[in-house]
Write a new protein. Structure first.
Length: 394
């Protein structure tokens, strides 16, 4: 088998079971491996370190499949996928919802592969050269899982270009998915557009945090920013909110929010879905001295690279400062960052600085993260990407 030989001293992260080999750590390639080929990784002194997928176009030159010398074949992928499925069953995912993350990439030892389940439809993202090569074998395993009628691909993300792959979408197996797939989550119902929606169609990682909003919303006036299809807003209505305002700047998503309100049989008068730029609308509310009891800030990823982190920090501070101005005494701020580069300590500092600038005293009453189906691997800090705080203002 072909091998990648590392530079002296560059094996430390692999010995700690982190699965990425960066291009700068590679001394030489022995053989003529192509895109996605399975390849061994050795230290400069010849020690076997792992077996993974080679990606000559990517800064992550090898993604490790296994730290042992086991064969990487269709049986290996079947074992990994069935282990992931069994884990979700043991966590009781299917008892709480018919929508959950089945495969969480590196955290499930399948680097570059994300699979979400929406009822009888599996939506896949093949984001690395390795899983692209093994796509047919992966599909062969997936179609044998219980109650699967459709396997659909949403590999339409820029990260594929870094792997030398073109973005692609479409039906991989089974029936064509419905335009809107109804799912249930803790007694709430949502329509999901798996063909055109963000990511694979829905933010499944916020399931437990929507439940927290639901529990905190009784008789509250709620502002849900970056609402997408209204997940947090629907949770607040289910929890007995007096009124919910959802802010979203895409008109088509407002229509889907209206459908979700009707699907859950909520009184439309309790909900305002407003097309607006969140930053501008928060400033407008501040000028109007508008106040809320609970505000949710769940913005898109502000930092895609280390170079964008400083700008992202300013963005997070700005929206949190504005939100602090709009909360009544005793009000709650649910604030999130889904940027993997944003560490919890830095995020806490940004929110604290925002409160100081707004002249508000505040306390953290809970720390939030992604749902348990979005696994966090102890040896891969990048898998812990979602950070959230519940902050109470005095």
């Amino acid at each position: 088998m072909d091998s990648v030989i590392l530079k002296p001293g560059r094996e430390r992260s692999l010995l700690r079971k982190h699965p990425w080999v960066f291009s700068g750590a590679v001394q030489r390639l022995e053989g003529k491996s192509g895109k996605g080929t399975t390849i061994d990784v050795h230290s400069a002194d010849g020690q076997f370190l792992g077996r993974g997928a080679y990606s000559p176009a990517s800064q992550i030159r090898v993604r490790i499949w296994s730290f042992s010398e086991e064969s990487i074949d269709e049986n290996w992928f079947q074992k990994r996928i069935l282990e992931a499925f069994a884990l979700r069953e043991s966590l009781g995912m299917s008892e709480r919802s018919n929508a959950y993350r089945l495969i969480a990439s590196e955290a499930d030892k399948l680097p570059g592969l994300t699979i979400d389940r929406y009822a009888d439809t599996l939506v896949c993202q093949f984001l690395s050269a390795g899983v692209e090569v093994w796509k047919a074998s992966i599909i062969s395993v997936l179609k044998q899982l219980p109650n699967v009628q459709c396997i659909y691909e949403r590999s339409d993300v820029n990260v594929r270009k870094k792997e030398g792959l073109e973005p692609t979408t479409g039906l991989l197996w089974g029936k064509e998915p419905e335009p809107l797939i109804p799912i249930d989550e803790n007694g709430l119902n949502f329509y999901v557009d798996v063909k055109q929606g963000h990511k694979t169609g829905f933010y499944l990682d916020q399931r437990s945090n929507r439940q927290k909003v639901r529990e905190a919303s009784k008789n509250a006036e709620v502002l849900n920013c970056f609402a997408y299809t209204g997940g947090f807003g629907m949770a607040a209505l289910k929890g007995g909110a007096k009124h919910v305002t959802n802010l979203e700047d895409v008109a088509g998503l407002l229509e889907l929010m209206d459908k979700n309100v009707a699907l859950n049989q909520f009184n439309q008068e309790r909900c305002t879905n407003l097309k607006a730029d969140v930053f501008k609308q928060l400033r407008t509310y501040q000028k109007e001295n508008k106040k809320f009891d609970l505000i949710v800030l769940d913005p898109p990823k502000f930092a895609e690279s280390q170079g964008q982190l400083s700008r992202a920090s300013r963005g997070y501070k700005d929206i949190n400062r504005l939100a602090f101005h709009l909360l009544r005494p005793g009000g709650l701020l649910f604030t999130f960052s889904c940027s993997g580069l944003m560490k919890l300590e830095l995020f806490q500092k940004i929110v604290a600085d925002a409160a100081l600038d707004a002249g508000r005293d505040a306390q953290i009453i809970d720390i939030l993260t992604q749902g348990s189906d979005h696994l966090i691997d102890l040896t891969i800090p990048e898998t812990w990407y979602l950070k959230g705080l519940i902050v109470r203002v005095a």
